[in-house]
Design a protein. Sequence first.
Length: 144
Amino acid sequence: MNKLSRGPQLDPAEIEAMIVARDRELDNSFSKDAQLMLVANARRSRTDKLVRVAKPHKILDPEHGPLIAVRLNILTRKTLGGIETNLDSQAMAPSGDPIPGLYAAGEVAGFGGGGVHGYNALEGTFLGGCIFSGRAAGLAVART
């Protein structure tokens, strides 16, 4: 992959050392690796046990190889923020006053459409917020 790289080169020995260290954590029942602790906690639920495809395993386990390199081109998938709006979906100016004639709905109006489900909204809960904020914007425009 380094031959195809458009940026910094990876040191294979450094990458291997990180993976070996991570794999060692799976053998340690007292591991404090945050990601492995979260996975172990999530897998306690029956739903997670049934739905998850891959059980936690060592990255260098020959049964789960070979390793491949993938070049990623990172894109924005969610805004997780956006234009501040009031309850009528009117876009707000920095002064805190509504901008006449400018409305925002859906993800552009904030996380999942105005944050209806809070900051910890789960994947799939955005549609309700998008519909709700779109409806509010439509009703407000109809009143003008």
